[in-house]
Design a protein around this ligand. Structure first.
Ligand code: GLN
Length: 226
């Protein structure tokens, strides 16, 4: 089983290291033809505008959309989440192309700049079913986006309760935002599991890949209301 990591920019090396620790054949993807034969794909964190420009330059959009439509699992972390979203706000003037497919509205820099980056122990019930798993994970938010709302076929896996004044962008009156979701074959996190030593998110994704996940809902996720 080979899993690709979009290697245009951002934290692709860290994802590759996590996959290799789990014994998976990890492949760097920069061109459309490199998607052939892959069972899943990770889109890393980085800078989504730059990533979109490079994907456009490398003519990757049609092949990536086809990959997603075929039902093969795709996991976007941070900038990767923005890339997968159907709707994004807070984007640079002139906009940026989104891959889309994930029925959610995301704010690109909801938590502010690099200075507003933070780490938190985040409750994630879906990870508790992993072998030896605890119900929380260490979540690293770097210039992080947040999800404002999701469509009916999206499972909310984690929410983050906002501290007063923490949301420096539009939507500052919100009490909480969504930071991890799953919709059929798509998984997305606003934070960076690849920057921690906890491999449970990668194992979670690999389970989707080995199941050839197309439409299963996450047991228990319906208990979390966005
Ligand atoms: N907010 C960033 C963007 O627009 C993403 C940050 C990250 O991936 N750490 O792309």
């Amino acid at each position: 089983m080979a899993v690709g990591v979009l290697a245009l920019q951002g934290s692709f090396n860290e994802h590759i290291a996590c996959l290799r620790k789990l014994g998976v054949d990890a492949v760097e993807v920069r061109k459309p033809e490199q998607l052939a034969g892959l069972s899943g794909l990770i889109i890393p964190g980085g800078e989504s505008t730059t990533m979109a420009k490079l994907a456009e330059k490398n003519k990757l959009f049609p092949a990536l959309r086809e990959f997603g439509r075929s039902g093969k699992p795709i996991w976007g972390t941070c900038a990767g989440l923005i890339f997968l979203a159907d709707r994004a706000s807070g984007v640079k003037a002139g906009g940026q192309e989104l891959l889309g497919g994930l029925d959610c509205s995301v704010h690109r820099n909801f938590f502010g700049s690099q200075l507003n980056s933070f780490e938190v122990e985040l409750p994630v019930p879906a990870l508790a079913s992993q072998e030896g798993g605890s119900t929380t994970c260490r979540a690293v938010f770097i210039r992080a986006p947040a999800i404002f709302d999701v469509g009916p076929s999206v499972d909310v896996l984690a929410e983050y309760p906002l501290a007063p004044g923490q949301a420096v962008e539009e939507g500052g009156s919100k009490k909480k935002v969504i930071v991890a979701v799953k919709q059929n074959n798509m998984l997305a996190t606003a934070f960076h599991p690849e920057l921690t030593s906890d491999l449970r998110w990668h194992s979670f994704f690999l389970k989707m890949v080995s199941n050839g996940e197309k439409g299963a809902r996450v047991p228990g996720a319906e208990g979390i209301v966005a």
